[in-house]
Write a protein that binds this ligand. Structure first.
Ligand code: GDP
Ligand code: MN
Length: 378
């Protein structure tokens, strides 16, 4: 789960990382008051959990409280990456000498957290990482020993941070590691971390992404979940305990088990199709859950066909068949369903499907081929 900039920065601040003075607002009149209270230039920042706000015009500098109000009116009407802006952060404007990048994520190939640093942060960090990879340095963090002081000094040295800032850099990097570790984060990021004209170091932006599987340990963060900022279909799926991720292609998929679900998507691609979604109904799903899953898949208007691929172990094929029949009876879709059920109680399932005038295909590859053929744009 991603949280917003203002929330991330508040968490960072608890770990000793300096942030600008600022306040949140949901209308432009309040923005004007906040700007007056802050009493200097302010930056108005769209609060949506996505990157690239600056480039989209969602981060603007205001030189007066009147300008703050009018910019806020514009920003509060925007959508950035399909997310509507309902709130803005009004921060005191900072005079910047240099923009740095500092972040921590998980390096999955080495199975360790990794700290990433650059002396050229800001809105073009992706291009810098692509064109001048030597300008981005990183260090693995031992999960038990944590981030050591010498590692931070190494980073500071290799990106040429002047010595006078090392103490501040040290404290910020150490604080960022603690924010990552204590919150079971998958990503923490400060971009830009700035050196100010008066020689302070401040986190101007903040990102924190927490591992959904650890949310139960962080009720304070789970509370921050803002359903307006998430794909409504994914929200609906979570209610039923279904793992659903929209992929944007033509063929809807309903599969049991994450491994089989991914293999199914790979094979669809191999046969020339594109998948509309990942959906794992989990082990032992009952008819009700299956029926909800079909409804959720079909709610995607781009779908052309649906492939149901079940290898029944603790999941009973007859339960799945009942769920399919129930869904078909209530939704009455015109879209073709291609069903392949194998394993526990498959024969009972076949009979139920036949009685309901539905066809199942026993072979995995024939089922995929059929789904791709029927799922092609006409
Ligand atoms: P993002 O585009 O979503 O990553 O939003 P950021 O919060 O990183 O802001 C984008 C850019 O706006 C930063 O890289 C800065 O260059 C600029 N910016 C943000 N806050 C300030 C500020 O207080 N003063 C100045 N001068 N520039 C700022
Ligand atoms: Mn940023």
């Amino acid at each position: 789960m991603k949280i917003q900039e203002y929330q991330s920065k508040q968490i960072f601040s608890k770990f000793g990382i300096p942030i600008p003075r600022g306040q949140l607002a949901n209308n432009s009149k309040v923005v004007r008051q906040i700007a007056e209270e802050i009493g200097s230039n302010v930056v108005i920042k769209a609060q949506v959990p996505t990157g690239g706000r600056g480039k989209a015009g969602g981060v603007r500098l205001a030189k007066s409280s009147e300008e703050a109000e009018s910019l806020a009116t514009q920003i509060l009407g925007m959508t950035i990456n399909n997310l509507p802006v309902h709130k803005v952060l009004v921060d005191e404007a900072i005079k910047i000498k240099q923009e740095l990048y500092l972040g921590i994520t998980i390096d999955r190939s080495n199975s360790v957290p990794v700290m990433i640093a650059s002396a050229q942060g800001g809105m073009d960090i992706e291009e810098i990482a692509f064109n001048n990879p030597e300008k981005v340095v990183h260090t693995d963090i031992h999960p038990l020993l944590g981030l050591r002081e010498y590692q931070i000094r190494d980073l500071a040295l290799s990106i040429d941070i002047p010595k006078q800032y090392w103490r501040m850099y040290q404290d910020i990097a150490a604080g960022l590691w603690l924010a990552f570790q204590k919150n079971d984060a998958m990503l923490v990021e400060i971009n830009p971390l700035v050196i100010t004209e008066d020689d302070r170091m401040i986190a101007l932006d903040g990102k924190l992404e927490i591992d959904d599987n650890a949310l139960f340990r962080h009720p304070d963060i789970s509370e921050l979940r803002d359903l307006d900022m998430e794909d409504p279909t994914e929200v609906e799926a979570r209610k039923y305990g279904l793992a659903y991720i929209r992929m944007g292609g033509d063929i809807g998929c309903l599969v049991n088990g994450a491994g089989l679900a991914m293999a199914t998507m790979d094979i669809i691609n191999k046969f020339g199709g594109t998948t509309a979604n990942f959906l794992d109904i989990g082990g032992g799903a009952g008819a009700e859950k299956v029926s909800a899953a079909i409804r959720i898949i079909l709610s995607d208007p781009k779908i052309r066909s649906v492939l149901i691929n079940i290898y029944g172990g603790i999941t009973r094929c007859d339960e799945v068949a009942r769920g399919i029949i129930d869904a078909i009876n209530t939704i009455k879709t015109q879209k073709p369903l291609i069903i392949r059920l194998e394993g526990t109680n498959a024969q009972i399932a076949q009979q139920l499907l036949t009685d309901a005038k539905l066809i199942s295909i026993p072979s995995f590859s024939s089922a995929v081929q059929k789904a791709v053929e029927l799922g092609k744009a006409k």
